[in-house]
Design a protein. Sequence first.
Length: 316
Amino acid sequence: MITVRDGEKILAAAPLMSSRYKLYGLELRKMEFIATPASDYHGFLITEKKPAHVKMMLEYAARTAAEWDCIELQEIPDDSETARILRAISKQPFKFGERIVNRCPYIFLPHKFEDYLQQLGYGFRKNLRRYERKLKRDYKVDFRICNATETINNAMRSFFDLHQKRWQSQKQPGAFLDRRLRDFHLEVARSFAERGWLALNFLMLNDEPVAAGYDFMYAKKLFYYLSGFDPEYSKYNIGHLRHMFLIKHCIENGVEEYDFMRGDEPYKLKWNTSMRENLEVRAIKRRIIPMAYDWITKNDRFSPLVYELGKRLSLN
């Protein structure tokens, strides 16, 4: 973490790391945001909105990490202060270029849930209500937010199980095979619960969890992160119903925005979403390997090669 200080006061911070990637035995050295590629949004931490502070941090990082080929800052929201500042310093000393790398659907929430439902497509709204009636006919239905610190461990284990069930039913590994990753998210969930930022939620049938969302709440915004459900109940469309119950909960509790975060998958677009864009800001050194990497990954004609590159490019 690089910081700009005025005495004890932190004016700006850059959460950057130096990473080494290998491709067919060749090495590509990047300077990038910590948590790349796992995090949906990145940015500098800025108390005073001055481009000079960010420029100072980048220049310091470039000097101290001399063996870098590429500065690649991904998943920067287009409307963020970080994007504005990087554009202001894009000519010197790094000659940054930018491109759109992800689209991020979100919902402006009205004051009444029924008003929101009327914004949905007629067929989708009709199906939601039909599945809801069918579910309530067959089960006792409940929707719960679990953010009490004393229940977090058990609730997170239930979420892990539902997430893995959903993906393994499609012969995919899911996000939580690694014990270390589960332990990390348990720690995050406990920390966020203590601060009132956790929105771990469950759709319950006969008091048993069948669908779950591992989401976050901050500054009157709900951030949708990961979800899961038991495929045994797929005929009730429980994934969509959990979203509906969560949106209703948000509206009733004064939340103003429901952010689906990066990825414009078709199921997200059904919810009458608006759209933001995430940027990648990149500067490269004029060497063969980084120049080839830059050209290939920015050329749409090479989409299959970019996909293969993404699979084979691995941390050293």
